[in-house]
Design a binder for this molecule. Structure first.
Ligand code: 26Q
Length: 821
């Protein structure tokens, strides 16, 4: 063997302590007595990453030898959460590091709190990408994640008088020990300019792009370690920098200020994550971000990852670009441009290869969330790409006209170019036309995609459409986030579940074991104490661990219906405070919310204000002490989810049926032993099928009923008029009871519900309240409740993202695992 050696590290407490002190002294330049908490954290993190480095290098080396097919997961978001715990787990270093640090008088748990999570995503879609790359690494599948290294991630949410105020997320301020910048491997990406006609060497007339300006993409690599399997995949995030040539030119012209301005302009591209996760506005900078990371990634794969002599005709055997929603779809015309304009290929050859290289995942059903880019904007920023899109569309429409000679209406409906209200590119259609496969993210969602959103396409290409139900990584969301339950489960069935979550089925018999149930309750109680401590220190909120924890955490959206839960709370409060209900008859509950609103989403911010106002009123009422409490910690993020979800008794998944594509929080709750109260929506459908009706609180209209009601004409005020409880709750809000008597503050919410109520909260109110009564009744029997909770865990194995990855591999990617050397 002539391969050069790779450094290894001693997997012992002493070995770790030596490495740690070396990092502290030589890396941070401090000795132990003078080291700040951040010094110690950085030194520890760097030491831990060194332990993974051997595996990373050998993974890369082996990849180079084998040339196996890889997944390139293209995503504008990777919501990673903190890295330290996951790295410790993957490298099997948890005990060694704890002990080693303790021998130096350092508490690991204190240092862990130093880490600022990289919040490079909005919510579900970004977190899904992070779960998927974790699973692929653990399953030994070659994968490279490609995205953007935003300098500012999702904003930090604060409350001022109960209203959301956004603060920049300066996550890089103290440095990130988990990234490896490679400025020497920067690539150039161009924008703007025009397209020119020219004759090639054979006299053939061709067109090519003459760009107007360009920036550099600097790759930052992150380790994606598999769980104790020796594999470390790569996440490559791109950071925008001004090109040096551009700079120098202007500097030499003597215009220093202009040069600096140009630099700022270029670097703006990766400056900040857009905080909208629906109803995207067509902002030019957003399109710049999308093209920037996608062009960097394709160039990187073609020029750096593939060997020099690679024949690009074989590209589909080496790569599949998975498009995480439409955000990276501009990759399709970019690959065409590279093959046709740069490599000189025929259009047909290029299209044949391109079509086999892409697959598209859709994450929504809301029509307003479907991305479209006006052609004037796209044509200004990427003129050659627009031409390529037009040609793709022309050929597609010609093909359709042959298939449907007498149906011009259908052909126009299917056009990638929308004509109204402005000429615009429908990115979902482009992705559907270009991809080998299109998938939805839960069974119901995929069905609705076929039947409603993309029905014409499903009619034309029935085999293109498939479902892959989402999943979550059991490493982060059970093994790490719930050590108490993990230990209990491992004692019962061994630890194979960590990489084979179906093994949780082995817990089913233990649902009937009184001693197991007692210990299960003990774990839940300890988890409540843990979150109570966090909320007290983090937010100054006190909660009672002896109450039911009823939790709704997700982005704030009208379709998710935080207001429905709020109406339930207000109704309870109204009944108690008017004496219609004795406080002694109310099940003691802690209602926990976590939710960020997009900064420009006025109604969502109002709802946050109302939740906090209702919370303040209830929490200040001495009569409700120990009975009802509202806890709304600010800045819900992955880190908070990891302590909040394991403490939950009840999981709120109450979106209007047909609106939530999947949901993934619902899966995390199930796996941590919460029961779900939910509508027949997204993955709730599959959760209920698996856990059984008797262990799930289903309520509300289903999707066909919603469609029918809306068709008939929905009149929310009718529900207000006929339902006394609902009327009293709405009237109480309208009266100013939660706004110091000011009736104007929450008037927009009330009148929206009464007059429009796009998401049918009033229609589902009574069903929801009735289901909550069933929750109370069930909770009154702790043994039966715990039995259901255990069954939720036992039957949740399907929701491992390892299973999602298996499905993607079997149905879409066909990327065999590469066992370790
Ligand atoms: C697009 C263009 C411009 C600006 C922003 C955006 C944008 C950004 C983020 C649009 C959408 C998102 C995020 C969407 C999202 O998180 N969707 C959720 O995806 C989950 C994973 O599949 C599902 O479980 C959820 O149901 C779905 O809402």
């Amino acid at each position: 063997d002539t391969t050069p050696p790779i450094a290894t590290r001693e997997h012992t407490v002493d070995g770790f302590v030596r490495e740690f002190l070396r990092e502290l002294n030589f890396g941070q330049g401090v000795d132990l007595t003078r080291a700040s908490a951040n010094d110690k954290y950085l030194a520890m993190a760097r030491t831990v990453r060194h332990y993974l480095m051997t595996r990373w290098l050998s993974t890369l080396r082996r990849q180079g030898q084998l040339q196996a097919k890889s997944v390139a997961y293209l995503s504008a978001e990777f919501l990673l959460g903190r890295q330290l715990d996951n790295a410790l787990l993957a490298a099997d270093l948890q005990d060694i590091v704890r002990e080693g640090l303790a021998s130096l008088g350092i508490d690991l748990d204190e240092l862990r709190e130093e880490e600022v999570e990289p919040g490079l995503g909005n919510g579900g879609l970004g977190r899904l990408a992070a779960c998927f790359i974790d699973s692929l690494a653990t399953m030994n599948v070659p994968c490279i994640g490609y995205g953007i290294r935003y300098e500012y991630g999702i904003f930090r949410q604060t409350f001022v008088d109960g209203w959301q105020v956004e603060k920049p997320d300066d996550w890089l301020r103290l440095g990130s020990p988990w990234e490896f910048p490679h400025p020497e491997s920067a690539v150039t990406v161009s924008f703007g300019g025009s397209v020119e006609q020219y004759q090639d060497d054979d006299g053939v007339v061709k067109r090519r792009w003459v760009p107007g300006w360009s920036v550099q993409g600097v790759p930052y690599n992150y380790m994606v370690p598999g769980y104790e399997n020796g594999r470390v995949n790569t996440l490559r995030l791109w950071s925008a920098q001004a090109t040096r040539a551009f700079d120098l030119q202007i500097f030499n012209a003597g215009d220093y200020a202009e040069a600096v301005r140009a630099q700022t302009f270029a670097e703006n591209i990766s400056k900040v994550l857009y905080p909208e996760d629906s109803t995207p506005q067509g902002k030019e900078l957003r399109l710049q971000q999308q093209y920037f990371f996608v062009a960097c990634s394709i160039k990187d794969f073609v020029d750096q990852v593939l060997p020099e002599d690679f024949d690009l005709h074989d590209l589909p055997e080496r790569i599949v670009f998975q498009l995480n929603d439409t955000h990276p779809v501009i990759a399709v015309p970019e690959l065409m441009r590279v093959l046709v304009d740069e490599k000189g290929w025929d259009w047909a050859d290029a299209w044949s290869v391109t079509q086999r290289c892409f697959a598209y995942t859709c994450h929504t059903l809301l029509p307003e969330a479907l991305e479209v880019w006006p052609v004037d904007l796209l044509g200004r920023l990427l003129p050659r790409h627009l031409e390529i899109i037009y040609r793709i569309n022309d050929e597609f429409l010609a093909e359709l006209r042959e298939a449907y000679p007498d149906d011009e209406l259908r052909v126009r409906r299917m056009s990638i170019i929308a004509e109204y209200p402005v000429r615009a590119v429908r990115m979902a259609y482009l992705a559907t036309v270009a991809g080998t496969k299109v998938n939805g993210v839960a069974a119901l969602h995929s069905q609705l995609l076929r039947d409603k959103v993309l029905d014409d396409f499903a009619g034309y290409w029935p085999d293109k459409f498939t479902n892959v139900t989402n999943g979550v990584t059991p490493r982060r969301f059970l093994r790490l986030s719930n050590p108490g339950l993990s230990t209990l489960v491992t004692e019962a069935i061994g630890d194979g579940w960590v990489t084979d979550l179906d093994q949780l089925r082995g817990l089913e018999p233990l649902a009937d074991d009184a001693e197991f149930r007692r210990r299960f309750r003990e774990v839940k109680h300890a988890n409540k104490l843990r979150i109570a401590d966090v909320l007290a220190h983090r937010d100054g909120i006190t909660v009672d661990p002896d109450t039911m924890f009823d939790v709704m955490v997700k982005r704030l959206h009208e379709y998710k219906r935080q207001t429905l839960k709020l109406l339930h709370i207000v109704s309870l409060y109204e009944k108690v405070s008017t004496g219609k209900l004795a406080i002694g008859d109310v099940t003691p509950r802690t209602f926990a919310f976590g939710a960020k609103a997009a900064p420009g989403y006025v109604m969502a911010k109002q709802i946050i204000g109302l939740i906090n106002a209702v919370g303040a009123t209830i929490n200040e009422d001495p009569a409700l002490e120990g009975r009802l409490r509202v806890a709304f910690p600010a800045n819900y993020n992955v880190t908070l989810a990891e302590t909040l979800i394991p403490a939950a008794d009840l999981s709120e998944q109450i979106s209007l049926a047909g609106k939530e594509a999947s949901g993934t929080g619902n899966m995390k709750f199930m796996l941590n032993g919460a029961l779900t109260i939910g509508t027949d929506d997204g993955a709730n459908v599959e959760i209920r099928e698996l856990v059984g009706d008797e262990n799930f609180f289903l309520f509300g209209l289903d999707e066909p009923q919603v469609a029918e009601l809306v068709d008939r004409g929905y009149h929310p005020s009718a529900y207000y008029e006929t339902n006394v409880d609902l009327r009293h709750a709405l009237d109480l809000i309208a009266s100013g009871a939660f706004s110091g008597g000011d009736r104007t503050v929450f008037e927009p919410i009330v009148s929206n519900l009464l007059n429009e109520d796009r998401f049918l909260a009033l229609a589902d109110f009574q069903a929801y309240v009735d289901a909550q009564a069933k929750v109370d009744a069930a909770y009154a029997d702790p043994e039966a409740w715990t039995r259901s909770a255990v069954l939720n865990v036992a039957r949740g194995g399907f929701f491992s993202s390892d299973r999602s990855m298996r499905d993607y591999i079997d149905r879409i990617w066909h990327t065999p695992p590469v066992p370790p050397a």
